[in-house]
Design a protein around this ligand. Sequence first.
Ligand code: MSP
Length: 510
Amino acid sequence: MKPTFYITTPIYYVNDVPHIGHAYTTIACDALARYHRMKGQQVFFLTGTDEHGEKVQKSALQQGLAPRELADRVVTRFQGLTPALEITNDDFIRTTEPRHYASVQDLFRKSLGNGDIYLGEYEGWYCTPCESYWTDLQLVEGKCPECRRDVEKRKEPSFFFRLSKYRKPLLEYYERNPRFIRPESRRNEVIAFVEGGLNDLSVSRTSLSWGIPVPGHPGHVIYVWYDALTNYITGLGYPGGGETFDAFWPADLHMVGKDILRFHAVFWPAFLMSAGIAPPLGVFAHGWWTVEGQKMSKSLGNVVDPYEMVATYGADAFRYFLLREVPFGLDGDFSKKALVHRINSDLANDFGNLLNRALGMLGKYFGGAVPAPSPPGEEDLSLIALAGEVRRSVDAAMEEVEFHRALAAIWDLVKAANRYVDASAPWALARDASKRERLGTVLYNILEAARICVLLSSPFVPAAAQAMWEALGCQGEVAKAILSDAATWGGLRTGAELPRSAVAFPRIEA
Ligand code: MSP
């Protein structure tokens, strides 16, 4: 196992407040960061905001603010997601910070120095909302192929990055690193795109002022994607990063939405190769959420506010839903009905009840003190074996970034433990004094299965997991547990005094 793990979210535009899409990427990264910490790796988890460019400048103008003022206001809404969604990022980068200016200018200078960045003139169809130039061929019925809005012809002096030169090196990199772009279907899309040939990329603007100046060319500011992508190395202290940079770069995973995969899987590794820096090891593109069957948009008024979700349902439930409902990588549909259903059925009924039934019986039959188990019988052995299998399935699923599969595996154990309760009928054993030892073993096993479920689910539902962890008499923070020791059967402390109930997942009344 690699000793370190570096994971990043995209940096979010500050022209608007956060919605479910931003929350989704950040939560997915957080679950992975937490899981990798539990594997014993040293994790660096970076998120932040993308504050330069036309979008932000325009939005600020509309609100009568300077771009920096707008950024200062909106950034707090993104930073606030950390406590609200129980996010454990190690740093938060803003592209307007001096450390980022130094980093971008250094990277730019390297490619300018070796001729990979050169001065030319750019002409094309420009779409302002998308901040993209398009060629004649790319336009759809004369409109922007991405947002279908009007475009305008523009011409300006511009620095170009010699992306065309990197077609072959990129294809070789994809070939040598089959897990660089995931999921697989996205990988094929990117390869086909690069095989089709790459045009040099305009990386500066003279028409824009809200950005990082090109070193030595004061009329130019660096174009948004060159600026934005570089955040991933700034966060590690580039260009002077020393130990942190050496320990964590290349990044293990850049998590992105499918719409921005190309920037991460094509442009970014090329910028780095040119500067003599190793490309990242992985980029994963997730799908998009619609809301109640419709595209999410301000005009439809159906934008899902993560703060509102947390206030109504709690952060754990929201996190669980987003990562359980839809296979990670595919598009999905959000609805309150589906969310409430998941909360009541998976969290309250399956998981919450398992723990509460166990604690209730422990209180009733053993005064709340965890009994020592006697050697397991056959029914016990199959539960114990399943716990081991689930642990391995969760690990395999997390390596593949398949949260839905990891959670499904954990719930296999939750459900098996509930069936074990029914099959071993502790209430019947309790009526027969000669079965007291067996009763103790059964209760121990139920609680131990619950403990392992708590441990494995903690990257997804961290606050509830901590509460359940404590209710099970386990010490310290579940987030600090190391799976290789803690997930082994038999970790539950005998003799510990446990409460008679614990409400980790309240039911939501419709
Ligand atoms: N600033 C750029 C990223 C630069 S990274 C070097 C950007 N910002 S963004 O704020 O517009 O979007 C950030 C992320 O939110 C993207 O990964 C995007 O895919 C994601 N989502 C935006 N809407 C979404 C949904 N409706 N559903 C899921 N994710 C969505 O792009």
